[in-house]
Design a binder for this molecule. Structure first.
Ligand SMILES: NC(=O)c1ccc[n+]([C@@H]2O[C@H](COP(=O)([O-])OP(=O)(O)OC[C@H]3O[C@@H](n4cnc5c(N)ncnc54)[C@H](OP(=O)(O)O)[C@@H]3O)[C@@H](O)[C@H]2O)c1
Length: 336
């Protein structure tokens, strides 16, 4: 059984190794992984920037999908041959996250999906929407659930509202697709005109090219006739101020990512004067994943896969993520 297991930080440490197959214990399942999708978090994890004290070795990657190969004693909610994806936080079934949830997440600190086989709890997998390929399904657990939580769990998105979505990466493209299904009006920002063109084809009503529009928050407020109702904030330090400036009174900001840094000076005036609500997002539970899948299935939504790499080219896939030229998701095909 082949896997990638890093024993030191850095992309150079991403090497394949051979290990023995898993035997599932009571309540566990072994999943034959067919595809993995990359998240920005995986890159931070491998570079040692997510948690420099992370215990190694580690099998990276949070997101993967495949087929159940073996089940342990007492497993009644999953069966051999079932197509499933792993849940980002094993053991967070629904409601509030359990204490210590950060220790339960796949791809750090728990071993992740970049392997031919993984051992998971039977309650730590969800069945896949039938219309999705393994590569498409592998995009759901972290990026898809995060976008779902941002819009629907914390964001309370309603039809006709304006949503400002930053960038065109994995979480943001999912947010665009899901917001469209919800009947929202959508503004997408990007540093690339070509990506904005594709975002319009996916349903963006308005787009803003960031380098040409430094005050893009103000531009979004004007386009939405008084401000957006919801912001999908993935930029962090450098985008925070403009995000607040885009908001109308009572708007919500889904605080998701820190691509440009995690520490920023905050002007609280717009927050209190416009009664804004800031909602942190930490992916979501198994129940949130099931809710996302119900929508994906009902509307036959297909995640946007930008490019697929062979298992042997996993390091190239990480390098492509680092260059940020992708739109939507980068996928690794694990099948031989
Ligand atoms: N809180 C959570 O639960 C959660 C879950 C998933 C991800 N995240 C975080 O969300 C962020 C996005 O993750 P992802 O996996 O979707 O990443 P990704 O696929 O790598 O996408 C990142 C995209 O954001 C845009 N971008 C990059 N740097 C930027 C910057 N400095 N300012 C503004 N936009 C920038 C780029 O789009 P353009 O090229 O179009 O400009 C880029 O393609 C990361 O910080 C990640 O850690 C958080």
């Amino acid at each position: 059984m082949k896997s990638y297991r890093i024993d030191r930080f850095g992309l150079a440490a991403l090497e394949q190794s051979e290990g023995s197959e898993f035997e599932p214990g009571p309540g566990q399942v072994v999943v034959g992984v067919e595809a993995v999708s990359l998240n920005y978090r995986d890159l931070l994890m491998v570079r040692g920037e997510y948690n420099p004290r992370l215990r190694l070795p580690l099998v990276p990657c949070s997101d993967g999908a495949g087929t159940i190969l073996r089940v342990g004693e007492g497993v009644e909610d999953a069966e051999v041959g079932q197509r499933v994806a792993g849940c980002f936080a094993q053991g967070w079934l629904g409601g509030e996250p359990p204490a210590g949830v950060h220790a339960l997440t796949l791809g750090g600190p728990r071993d992740g999906m970049l392997a031919e086989e993984v051992l998971l709890e039977s309650a730590g997998v969800v069945p896949l929407p039938a219309h999705l390929s393994p590569g498409e399904a592998a995009c759901l657990p972290c990026a898809g659930v995060t976008a779902w939580s941002a819009l629907h769990k914390g964001g309370g998105l309603r039809s006709g509202e304006w949503v400002l979505i930053q960038g065109t990466g994995g979480v943001s493209t999912f947010a665009l697709q899901l917001a469209k299904l919800a009947g929202a009006r959508i503004i997408v920002t990007s540093r690339s005109e070509a990506k904005l063109e594709r975002a319009r084809a996916l349903g963006a009503d308005e787009t803003i090219l960031i380098p040409a529009t430094p005050r893009w928050g103000k531009a979004a407020r004007e386009l939405s006739e008084g401000g957006v109702h919801l912001v999908v904030e993935v930029g962090g330090a450098e985008t925070w101020g403009e995000s607040l400036s885009a908001c109308r009174t009572g708007a919500r900001v889904a605080v998701i990512g820190v691509l440009s840094g995690r520490e920023a000076k905050i002007d609280f005036a717009p927050v209190l004067m416009r009664q804004l609500r800031l909602q942190g997002v930490f992916v979501g539970s198994r129940a949130d994943f099931m809710a996302l899948n119900a929508a994906v299935e009902a509307y036959e939504l297909r995640p946007l896969v930008d490019r697929t790499f062979a298992f042997g080219a996993a390091r190239e896939a990480f390098e492509a993520l680092e260059r940020a030229e992708h739109q939507g998701k980068l996928v690794i095909d694990v099948r031989p």
